[in-house]
Design a protein around this ligand. Structure first.
Ligand code: 5RP
Length: 218
């Protein structure tokens, strides 16, 4: 089975968590794109979606799913999104697709976070995948210096502007043994919009696509 087939298995299995008549929180990325394809098969049974990126919004609309402004919705039952890394405590690194801030907002609005991944995303210690940090452009150099003090090696993601008009620093060489602590510390730096650590609000359900099909940990 290819990695994409495993992503597809996870994405389609997440459909079981979608309640008829609901508005669904939808994340971003290649695994979520499979979920959106699956969601389109029940578009007549849901009210619509709240999306975490321009890319997902476009795909949802193309497939005929109504996309609501997050400010028009009081809360969401379920948020389905991928991850770049996930540990046994269900803390995640996200933001490989630069959508981390909107992802964190939609995750915060949701009762249940369903994380869909292929088996390559599971790790013992987070940090091999460079940690994305969304930063206000004028704070780029300052925040980079502070990230070096925390033991990381930040790299400016060239040519990327987030949906919010900001830049991304990818922080290499971190072994993240205290995800909640590091999330709080980096979020506290002036000029940081969001760090792509999802530990204070981790996943509630993990669906992993494997060669044997989708494995669900609820
Ligand atoms: C985007 C994300 C994605 O969830 C993450 O990058 C995983 O992507 P993919 O499903 O393509 O492997 O956080 O900002």
């Amino acid at each position: 089975m290819t990695q994409d087939e495993m992503k597809k298995a996870a994405g389609w299995a997440a459909l079981d968590y979608v309640k008829p008549g609901s508005i669904v929180g939808v994340g971003t990325g290649s695994t979520v794109n499979h979920f959106i394809d699956a969601l389109a098969t029940m578009k007549g049974q849901i009210e619509g979606a709240v999306s975490s990126s321009v890319a997902s919004t476009e795909k949802l609309k193309e497939l005929g799913i109504e996309v609501f402004d997050s400010n028009e919705v009081a809360g969401l039952d379920v948020y389905v999104d991928g991850a770049d890394e996930i540990n046994a405590q269900r803390d995640m690194i996200k933001g490989g697709g630069a959508a981390l801030t909107r992802e964190k907002i939609v995750a915060a609005m949701s009762k249940t976070f369903v994380c869909i991944v292929d088996g390559t995303k599971a790790v013992d210690v987070l940090g091999k995948f460079p940690l994305p940090v969304e930063v206000i452009p004028m704070a780029r150099a300052y925040v980079a210096r502070e990230l070096v003090k925390l033991g990381g090696t930040p790299e400016y993601r060239q040519g990327v502007v987030t949906d919010n008009g900001n830049i991304i620093l990818d922080v290499h060489n971190l072994a993240i043994v205290d995800p909640k602590g590091l999330e709080t510390t980096i979020n506290g730096l002036a000029g940081v919009v969001t760090v792509g650590l999802f530990a204070h609000r981790g996943a509630d359900v993990v669906i992993t696509g494997t060669a044997e099909g989708a494995k669900i940990e609820a």
